[in-house]
Design a protein around this ligand. Sequence first.
Ligand code: MN
Ligand code: MN
Length: 474
Amino acid sequence: MERKNAWNFYHEEDLAAVGELSIRYRRFLDAGKTERECAAEAVRMAREEGYRDLLQMVHEGETLRPGDKVYLSFMKKSAAFFWIGTDPLEEGMNIIGAHIDSPRLDLKQVPCYEEAGNVYLDTHYYGGIKKYQWFALPLALHGIIVRKDGTSVSLSVGEKEDDPVFVITDLLPHLGRERNEQKVKDFFDAEKMDLLIGNQPVREKDVKQHILEILSETYQIQEEDFLSAELEIVPAGRARECGMDRSMVLSYGQDDRSCAFAALTALLDTGHSSGAEIPRRTACCLLVDKEETGSNGATGMKSRFFENAVAEIIAMTEEGTDRKETAGEIPFDLRLRRALLHSRMLSADVSAAFDPAFEKYYEKKNSAYLGNGLVFNKYSGSGGKSGANDANPEYMAKLRRIMEESQVTIQTAELGAVDQGGGGTIAYIMAKYGMEVIDCGLAVLSMHAPWEVTSKADLYEAVKGYRAFYKKML
Ligand code: MN
Ligand code: MN
C-alpha cells in the first residue's frame, strides 16, 4: 500500500492556504482553552457568518427554509450548527461531530488550603492524563465562579505576557533515590497534585488570608464561592508553530479542538459567500463536551440535546414550506427517527500518530503518520474491538470515492497495536440511531500531553475532506 504525504501535492497557492488556515487555527486554540471558551468562540465565528440562535427563533415562532443557517448552544458547553438543505430532513443530514473538552486538572469544590507557608488549590484530574507531565510547568487557571445571587465572574489567569502563572511542584532529583525504584503509577499521587498559588503573608501572618483578600478585591468573590465554580487548570501559553520548517503546531487541547476547528471551518467556509450553493442534505457541525470522561452528563453526547434540536428543526422546517401537507400523514416521532437513521456521520476525533520512539506500541501498516492526511479509523475499541463502532465497508467505499474526487489525501489507521490498549469516541453513541458513522480526524503526536503536536498539512486536508463530506455525501 502506497502512503501519500500531503505536502508533496502542494503548489504555491496551497502552501499559502495551509499557512493562512494554521493562523486561524492557532487563534481558535488560544481563544478556547476550555469547553466553555471554545463553545463561545465557535458561536461567535458562526454568528459572523450569519448563523442565528435556533431557540430564539423558536421563541419568536419563526420558520426555517432551505439555505437558512442556525445554531444551538447547549449550557454554553456544547453547540450544534445547521445549514438547512433542500432535501426534507427525514432523508438525513451530513453530520460532523467533534468534542471540545480536553484532559486537564479541575479544582475541587473546597480547594484552598495553606501548608508550610504556601497556599495551594486542590485539584481533581479530568480525563486520561499522564500525571508526571503536569509537574513543574507553567499552568493557567480558566473558568467561571457563580456567586450565590446568580452573578458570575469569568477568569483567565496565566495567558497574558504579564499574568502570573501557577505550578505543581516536583521533587528534586537529588532526593529521588527511593522514588526511582517505584512504578510510575505509584510515583505521582493525584491527591498531591495541588497548584501553588501563593507564599506572601499579610500583616505578618496568614498567607491564605492574603490570597483570599486578593480574590475578593479582584473578583469580588469569597472563599465559599468556590462551591459554585467551574475552574480548570490548563498549560499556560499559546499555540505555537513547531519545527524549523514550521510544518507542525504545538499546543494544548488539539484532542479534539483540531477536529472541532476543521469541522466548523469546513461548514462556515462552504456557506461563506452569498452565492454559495445550498446543500441537498442539511449540513451539521456538532461540538460536544464530556467525551474525555465517557460522554455522560447533560452536555455530553449521551444527552438528548442533539435529538431535541433536530426535532425543533423538523417542526420549524415544515411550517416554513409546503412539506407540511404531506408530512402530516407521518407521525412526528417517526420523522425524527428517520432524520437520524438516514444521517451520515463523521465522528471527528484525533488518532495517534506513529512515534518511532515508541515503535512497539504501534503496528506500522495500520498506523497514522503525521503529514499523511486525514485519518479514517474504521473501528476503535480495545482488546477484541471491545466497545467499537465498526463502520460498514459500503460507507467506507463511498467516503473513499468522495475523498478521491475532491483530491483529499487520506490514510487509514488503528489507534495502536492490538492488545496494547484502546480508546473510544462519540461514534458508538450516534450509531445507536442506526446512522452510518466512522471515526475520522487528525493524527496527533503526544496525544493527551499538555502540549500535543499536529501537522499543518493534515489540518488542511481535514478541512478539505470535511467540506467534501458536507457537500457530496448523499
Ligand atoms: Mn478525542
Ligand atoms: Mn482524548
